[in-house]
Design a protein around this ligand. Structure first.
Ligand code: SLL
Length: 156
């Protein structure tokens, strides 16, 4: 494969989750009684424009084994999974590129956050149910991308 020498191309992403207590949204009839939150885990374009589908082939989210079909593979944007549940756990996120990119799959780990513990919460007091988010900004750096990947990355 031909690579573009001495060039690196950087693309920003953000990933993480938002969560709301189920009281705040309409609880569906088929939502299990022990579920307390509705949440969405995602990988997105921080600029909110292209949503990354032009250079990412698919994103898979490995949920806790308490979920049915715990490996969720999303083949086009928006790269996200929305679920309800009761507990926090680590989600493994795999970002896969097109074959022609000859790039390794990127693996990220995200701790699903449901509870508003953190700065401002009084120790010993249970915080009021409220929306929370846990989002990270990151940059994917493609060093000496293949010519095909270079074309794709610079197409926008
Ligand atoms: C642990 N933190 O480490 C816990 C696991 C799992 C949460 C939390 C599943 C909901 C469902 C759910 O909320 N799992 O049953 O559909 O053991």
């Amino acid at each position: 494969v031909k690579r573009v020498k001495s060039v690196s191309v950087t693309r920003p992403i953000m990933y993480g989750n938002v969560a709301v207590p189920l009281e705040a949204v309409d609880r569906k009839k088929d939502t299990p009684e022990d579920h307390t939150h509705k949440w969405t885990v995602f990988v997105r374009d921080p600029a909110g424009k292209d949503d990354l589908g032009y250079f990412i082939k698919k994103v898979s989210f490995k949920l806790h084994d308490t979920y049915a079909n715990s490996l969720r593979t999303i083949e086009k944007p928006p790269f996200e999974v929305t679920e309800t549940g009761w507990g926090e756990f680590e989600i493994t996120i795999r970002i896969v590129f097109a074959q022609a990119a000859a790039e390794k799959t990127i693996v990220l780990y995200h701790h699903l956050k449901l509870h508003p513990f953190g700065p401002g919460v009084v120790p010993g007091e249970t915080p009021k149910p409220q929306p929370v988010e846990s989002i990270l900004y990151d940059e994917l750096v493609f060093c000496e991308p293949t010519e095909a990947m270079f074309q794709i990355l610079t197409s926008r």
